[in-house]
Each structure stands twice: as C-alpha cells, then as structure tokens.
Design a protein around this ligand. Structure first.
Ligand SMILES: Cc1cc2nc3c(=O)[nH]c(=O)nc-3n(C[C@H](O)[C@H](O)[C@H](O)COP(=O)(O)OP(=O)(O)OC[C@H]3O[C@@H](n4cnc5c(N)ncnc54)[C@H](O)[C@@H]3O)c2cc1C
Length: 418
C-alpha cells in the first residue's frame, strides 16, 4: 500500500479506511487493535512502529477524517504522546515493541515520576536512589506531585544511580511497575477539591534491567527528550483525540464515544471551555458589551496562534521532530490562554463568579477557573520556560551553575537551582 504524501490522496485513503472499518459494535480493544495494525492510530509515528511517518499537518488530516465518521480516537495522554517518543529515541527494539503495544492495544497507562520535594524546577537534583542488585534495580526515595500515580500501571522514573559524578551525569531513567510491594502512594488534595496528584514513596521497590530506558547514567539525556515533548504536550494538537486514562477494553466502542460526548464526562473535562464561555456570555447577556467582545476576539486570536505556531513549527521539519522552540512557546501560550479564559469567564459572571459547586452558573467553568494556576506550574513553570527560551533559543548567558561539575554526593540536599 502506498501512503498518500499529498493531502488529497491521504484524505481519500483515510476516509475510505474509516468508512469501511469504523464499527460502533466492536469492543474498544478490537477497535484499537484494528487501528493499530492498519497504521491509522498514530500516523505521525515511524513507519516501522505502526505509524506512517506523517508530519503533523498531514496527521491532522487523518484525525479530521476519523472525526467525520464519529469514530473513537486511539488512547491519548502521556503514554502515546510522550513516552512513545522516548522509546523511539532511547528504547531498545524489545522495549519499544512491548511498551507501545501495552499502551495502545492493552490499555496500559503511565505517569511521570520526576519531581521530588527538593527537586522540582531543578530536576537534575533528583535524590531518589537506584542501586543494582543482580539483574534488578532497587529503588528508594520519594517523588511528589505525581499525577494519577494511584491509577496507572507503571511510571516513568528518574533516579540517581551514581553519586560520585556531577549531578547531570549520575541519573538513569526507569520504567517501574506501580502495583508492587515497596511502592506506597499518598494522595495530595488540591484547591479544586480533587486529589489528582500524589506523593509516591519507594521502599526497596524493584525494576528489572530490561526496563532501564537508555544507558545507565544517561537519564538526563532521556529527561531532556521528555521535557521537550512534555512542554509541547500541553498543546491539544499533540494528542490524537482519543480517551485520556483507562477505558474498559471490553466495553462497546459506540457506548464509549457517546459517553465522551456528554458535557460533564470526566474524560471531556478541561476541553470545550471556549464553548462553555460562549454559553456564559449568552446567559449573562454580555454579547453586546464592547469590552467583552474585544476580549473574546483576543481569545480567538490566541487560540488560532496556538494552533498555527504548533503546525508551522513542525511543518516540513520531518515526521517526528524533537520540539525545540515550539515546546516552551506552546506551553507559555497555553498558560496565557488559560488565564485569559478564566479572567473573561469570571468577569462576565460578575458577582456570580464567586460561587462554586451546584450554586455556580457553570460548575464546569468554576472548576476550570480553580485549576487554572496549575497550568503555569505543571510541566515546568512559566519562569523555567522563559529561561529555556532565553538560553537555548536566544543564546542569552546561562544561569549560574555553581557546583554543577563536582560529585553530586558532595552537594547539600537543598538550595541548588541549576
Ligand atoms: C497540576 C500539576 C501536576 C503535576 N504533575 C506532575 C507529575 O505528574 N509528575 C511530576 O514529576 N511532577 C508533576 N508536577 C510538578 C511540577 O512539575 C513542579 O511543580 C514544577 O516543575 C515546579 O517545581 P516545584 O513545585 O518544586 O517549584 P520550585 O522549583 O520550588 O519553584 C518555586 C518557584 O521558583 C521559581 N523558580 C525556580 N527555579 C527558578 C529558576 N532557575 N529561574 C527562575 N525561577 C525559578 C519557579 O518558577 C516557581 O515560581 C505537577 C505540578 C502540577 C501543578
């Protein structure tokens, strides 16, 4: 089968495939398997890994055709959008095959175990310890702010394997099973009322040698790839549009699609804020207010810029470029857009904007408003994105990195920011 490299041929091929193959009576598992084996699930993945090597603008065409027939997208979230890229760049053949299949066809989910109580922005200061024991590694220490650690199958873990070398050289990246003795997970409550992130404690938890990602001591290189893709993952365009989190593989796929379309579906939360905002403007009769109209126009421009920047930056750069400048720009744009949406939505409601829960005009909007500050922190704070752009894109002098070249074991536990 020859892949269409021009938009119209590709569109025809994708349309023909989805029209012939979408069947709401399949189970979710059967549908995911069908999309994967025929290479329509993740068309931007490499051709030798169930993809078609398509650049982002062309992959978007496939997504549009999938939506047109109303089919469920493949699993979204950080497994397929983030770990997949780490595997392509750093994984062994065996690991890549095993984890890609697990995350797509077998429905496994993952979380990121990077931040520690004393190492958030300063990720390379990680102190979680990994020690070799035969053909296994023994993990001891703690990770914090770990989103969804309580429900996933495995975590992407950054740990220190060598204390005698400078901080960036002594790290290794692991894939660790969550459900095992030695892993304790405690939820952390957020101001939304949810407890979607956790502190994770490792007390001699185990990772087999086969689940070390990249060479021992190369954890920082893997983390750099991770961070580049993570920043970009805040842009909706980097997800395939399927369900986030676990879906029952034996459910009827048509029922899952119907559930996702419900406005308050947990899987739909965070999306459709533009539509909810328009609804608030109508309900509070503010559509004729010139200031509100200006604000809505500005929001529209920001949304268009976000999509355009992402597509432009990736167009022509090959199928799977490592996000460069577009990563921090994308993350900062999403932060700014999210804050602006919150400001407009609260202003439109006037005093009613102070109400939450069932008293609120839109409980979903109020939830969004309360969770807005987290966008400027999660995935690297806005300040860190600006530092990255300043140093790596604009070529500005780098921050002081005192002690970054002495053995990490000699550095104090707190106080370093490099
Ligand atoms: C909703 C949410 C979900 C998260 N999920 C995860 C997850 O799943 N896994 C995970 O590992 N982590 C997760 N995090 C953690 C997140 O990555 C960290 O909170 C973030 O990197 C900041 O680290 P910190 O909290 O330790 O803040 P700190 O690093 O202590 O920073 C405190 C303040 O100082 C500023 N600052 C620090 N260093 C510099 C510098 N060099 N230059 C300028 N300013 C600086 C920061 O911008 C910030 O304002 C999540 C966070 C949130 C909010």
């Amino acid at each position: 089968m020859s892949d269409g490299r021009d938009e119209s041929t590709l569109r025809e091929q994708a349309r023909a495939w989805y029209e012939a193959n979408w069947d709401p009576d399949l189970t979710v598992g059967e549908w995911f398997l069908r999309m994967m084996t025929d290479r329509w699930a993740y068309p931007s993945w490499p051709e030798n890994w169930w993809g078609r090597g398509l650049p982002t603008p062309l992959a978007k065409v496939v997504r549009e055709e999938r939506r047109r027939v109303g089919a469920l997208g493949p699993p979204s979230g950080i497994g397929p959008s983030l770990l997949a890229h780490l595997l392509f760049d750093h994984g062994t053949e065996e690991q890549t095959a095993r984890y890609l299949w697990a995350m797509t066809v077998q429905g496994w989910t993952t979380c990121q175990m990077l931040s520690e109580p004393d190492a958030g922005s300063d990720l390379a200061g990680a102190r979680c310890r990994a020690e070799r024991d035969g053909d296994e590694w023994v993990i001891t220490g703690s990770k914090i702010w770990t989103s969804l650690a309580d429900v996933v199958d495995f975590g992407m873990l950054l740990a220190r394997t060598d204390w005698t070398v400078p901080k960036h050289a002594g790290l290794t990246f692991f894939l660790i099973r969550r459900d095992q003795p030695g892993v304790e997970i405690r939820p952390l409550r957020q101001m939304t009322g949810d407890a979607k992130f956790n502190q994770v404690f490792f007390n001699e938890a185990r990772v087999p040698e086969a689940d070390v990602l990249g060479p021992v001591g190369s954890g920082w290189a893997v983390t750099r790839t991770f961070l580049a893709h993570e920043r970009n993952s805040f842009n909706p365009a980097s997800h395939e549009g399927g369900p986030f989190g676990k879906v029952p593989l034996d459910a009827r796929v048509g029922d899952v699609v119907a559930d996702l379309r419900r406005p308050m579906s947990s899987n739909a939360s965070g999306r459709g804020i533009g539509r909810i905002l328009d609804d608030l403007v109508d309900r509070f009769d503010r559509a004729h207010d010139p200031i509100v109209r200006q604000q809505l126009a500005a929001l529209h421009t920001q949304r268009q810029l976000m999509t355009y920047t992402n597509l432009r930056a990736r167009a022509g750069a090959g199928a799977r470029p490592l996000p460069g400048v577009e990563g921090p720009i994308s993350k900062l744009t999403v932060s700014a857009l999210t804050r602006a949406q919150r400001e407009v939505g609260l202003a439109v409601q006037g005093p009613y904007g102070t109400l939450t829960g069932t008293h609120a005009a839109s409980p979903q909007f109020q939830y969004f408003a309360l969770s807005t500050p987290s966008i400027s922190i999660a995935g690297g704070t806005d300040e860190i994105q600006r530092n990255t752009m300043g140093e790596r894109v604009l070529g500005l002098p780098s921050e002081p990195r005192d002690g970054a070249d002495r053995p990490f074991g000699e550095t104090p536990a707190t106080g370093s920011t490099t």
